[in-house]
Design a protein around this ligand. Structure first.
Ligand code: ZN
Length: 419
């Protein structure tokens, strides 16, 4: 008996046609949240899902829920989905792949004449990227009860337009909430956005969870002075201090056991070519799967910063501004993805997710797992972002079989929440 598959050509058509909304010259998309492009993509999704027999619900955050009714509508539904917004000059796979693959699963089930036991819901979460309105993952964050809706409505973009007004303008501010909880299972299918799968020649990435994260803000204080007359041995140069710190921070990450350290923002003051900088403000982002190792790296980084400040005659203020614990996914669902990939003959790899996703929030109240497929060259958040059509289909097939299994779980079967 042949195993049920998604339709590769149809999935490719969905992906190609949705990429028109916000298409850039170099093959990417700029589809920032709550813009006309976002609205047009939403309208297209709605049309496709309704054509495929789904009900549409839009909640007060503009999250779109496309529901394919199951046989027993009293049972907890299974859910998949991602986001259709993008970064500026972003790629045409990030986020949207997870939604159109959900649509393709609906179509494949329709073609096969299969009614699942449970409702199957595909979601488009509003503003995952957080590029126009910061923070990101706002739709899923409010849904999870971790972000406050009114506060999110008040977020402004750089032109002073508010999230709430823009949501209303594009016609996606729902008048009531839609709450399908409790959820039986949640799968998010997403491109890897890193190079690991490609390097290892694997098709399906099965993250056991999302790494923990620590953010720091650091302020170095030196003495601003004239770039000419001040002798080298009498300087308290904040840029010099920063440079030594940045080198150490990189090397501490490099020497660690799978912890990554990034200095992302640097602001020297006064930022003038003939002035020795009196101040440098910079940020550090540290992530790892192992919390103990990550905290060890944090201590080492803090120590290196203090040591270099002292050695350069500067003072320093270090503040940890954000700390997020790692989020393990539901182990039986993680195992199920492995099992289904195996049955489909797809080589799979255990990994962790270094990036944040909507599922970080959903995972806090519903059994969740993610499916990754390779990003060519490991590139993402860029127009060159690419995943082969074959890999897009492989991920969709894996998703289809995870939905077939969990969507047909009889009453009484439950997946314990991951701890
Ligand atoms: Zn994404």
């Amino acid at each position: 008996m042949s195993i049920l598959k998604t339709d590769s050509e149809r999935l490719k058509r969905f992906l190609t046609e949705i990429a028109v909304f916000g298409a850039t010259e170099n093959g990417g998309v700029t589809r920032l949240a709550l813009t006309d492009e976002d609205r047009d993509a939403r309208n297209q999704l709605k049309a496709w899902f309704e054509e495929a027999g789904c009900e549409t619900h839009v909640d007060r955050m503009g999250n779109m829920f496309f529901v394919r009714p199951g046989r027993n509508r009293d049972l907890a539904p299974v859910l998949t989905g991602s986001h259709c917004d993008s970064q500026p000059q972003g790629g045409r796979f990030d986020g949207i792949l997870g939604i159109v693959a959900g649509l393709e699963v609906v179509c494949a089930l329709n073609d096969a004449g299969i009614t699942l036991e449970r409702d199957f819901i595909v979601v488009n979460w509003t503003n995952e990227e957080g590029s126009r309105f910061t923070p990101g993952t706002t739709g899923s964050g409010v849904f999870a009860g971790k972000l406050e809706r009114e506060a999110m409505y008040g977020l402004t973009d750089r032109n002073g337009l508010t999230f709430g007004a823009e949501l209303e303008r594009i016609g996606y501010k729902g008048v009531e909430d839609f709450d399908p909880r409790p959820l039986h299972a949640n799968f998010e299918y997403h491109i890897e956005q890193g190079p690991v799968l490609e390097r290892q020649g694997k098709t399906i990435g099965v993250p056991k969870g999302i790494v923990c994260l620590r953010w720091y803000d650091v302020d170095i204080k030196g003495v601003p002075n004239h770039a000419g007359p001040t002798p080298m041995n009498e300087r308290q140069d904040a840029v010099y201090a920063f440079s030594k710190m940045a080198v150490n921070i990189f090397e501490i990450g490099l020497a660690s056991n799978d912890v990554v350290t990034t200095v992302g923002e640097v602001h020297p003051q006064p930022n003038s070519r003939n002035v020795i900088a009196g101040d440098v403000h910079f940020t550090i982002d540290i992530r790892g799967w192992d919390e103990t190792e990550t905290d060890r790296v944090c201590s080492e980084v803090e120590e290196a910063i203090r040591k270099n400040a002292e050695a350069t005659g500067c003072s320093v203020d270090i503040r940890q501004t954000w700390a997020v614990e790692r989020a393990p996914f539901q182990p039986e669902l993680v195992e199920l993805i492995h099992e289904k990939a195996g049955e489909l003959g797809l080589p799979a790899l255990d990994m962790v997710s270094g990036a944040s996703h909507d599922t970080v929030y959903i995972n806090q109240f519903a059994p969740s797992a993610m499916i990754f497929v390779p990003s060519i060259g490991g590139r993402s958040h860029a127009e060159v972002e690419e995943t082969s059509w074959a890999d897009c289909t492989a991920g969709a097939d894996t998703l289809l079989h995870c939905i077939l299994k969990t969507g047909n779980d009889p009453e009484g079967v439950t997946y314990a929440m991951a701890d």
